[in-house]
Design a protein around this ligand. Structure first.
Ligand code: FAD
Length: 260
């Protein structure tokens, strides 16, 4: 499916929200519905989208495409979906600047104007708590804010728990609806003595020193890979939470571009 940019809004210093249209038949998959976006590389006039749409099928076809014709592929969370209009909003973190270490997806978001097109293929959800639990723990960096906001908005009103979100600047804070029993804690790196800390590292420190609720947890740790794996290790090894109760997903790796 192709999606077309219809609006671009600079939400705050680190986020650009792009609204994409043309997604007829889109079905909401869940609170942290993600999708893969395909972008043309420099020198490509045509976006060579895989024709196969199954989870493995598109990837095998992608790998079989000569490198010079492969698009860039990056995963993003759908922040808001309006299926009746075939529209979604996606909040892109703008990391780096045009002259610096910026990736193709972040650059696309920075420069996007109405009419620009991306491929939209392969979708899923990450937050799938299947066991009975007393409270929820959500922890992530700026790339996880759209997912954590979506999850909090979808939790039962009676839900209890903690959400820790590590953002570059205090002005990147985006208030979102959450049950009264979920304590949302923002960590703004520009307000800490460690403003150049790696995204997610201050959240991990905060988790390690936090007094957490009692009872069975469902924990979901997402964002920079060291945060996701570090949070899981801490919860399982130091706090002795069951592995089965702690989900984690590395969304990106510090110093390494996404692999496709
Ligand atoms: C399921 C899922 C959902 C996601 N949802 C979102 C979302 O809603 N919004 C969002 O912004 N991202 C989201 N991400 C993360 C996003 O896919 C990555 O950040 C992606 O690598 C950005 O691509 P790029 O082309 O800009 O940079 P790349 O080409 O992948 O990387 C270029 C350089 O930039 C660095 N880099 C990449 N991302 C960041 C970052 N955020 N901050 C600092 N440095 C970075 C890399 O380490 C590398 O050195 C999600 C990822 C997953 C797996």
């Amino acid at each position: 499916m192709m999606a077309e940019v219809v609006r671009s809004v600079r939400l705050s210093p680190s986020y650009v929200r792009l609204t994409f249209a043309g997604l007829d038949g889109l079905e909401r998959r869940g609170a942290d519905h993600w999708c893969r976006l395909f972008f043309t590389r420099e020198g490509q006039d045509v976006l060579a989208l895989p024709s196969r749409t199954s989870e493995i099928g598109w990837y095998l076809q992608y790998l079989a495409t000569p490198k010079s014709r492969r698009p860039w592929v990056r995963a993003y969370t759908i922040r808001n979906a309006r299926p009746e209009a075939g529209e979604v909003d996606i909040d892109f973190v703008i990391h780096g600047d045009r002259d610096g270490n910026i990736g193709p997806a972040s650059r696309f978001a920075l420069d996007a104007t109405p009419g620009d097109r991306v491929g939209f293929l392969d979708q899923g959800v990450g937050f799938t708590p299947h066991h009975p639990h007393d409270w929820t723990l959500l922890i992530g960096d700026e790339t996880a804010l759209p997912a954590i906001a979506g999850i909090c908005s979808a939790l039962l009103d009676s839900a209890q728990g903690v959400a820790i979100i590590d953002i570059p600047k205090a002005s990147d804070r985006q208030p979102f609806p959450a049950p009264p029993g979920i304590e949302v804690s923002w960590i703004a790196r520009d307000q800490s003595p460690h403003s150049d800390a790696r995204p997610g590292s201050l959240a991990l420190q905060a988790l390690m020193s936090a007094k957490l609720p009692e009872g069975v947890v469902h924990a979901h740790a997402i964002g920079e890979s060291a945060l996701a794996t570090g949070a899981r290790r801490h919860l399982v090894q130091d706090r002795e939470f069951s592995k089965r109760h702690v989900d984690f997903a590395g969304y990106w790796r510090h110093g390494r571009p996404a692999t496709s």
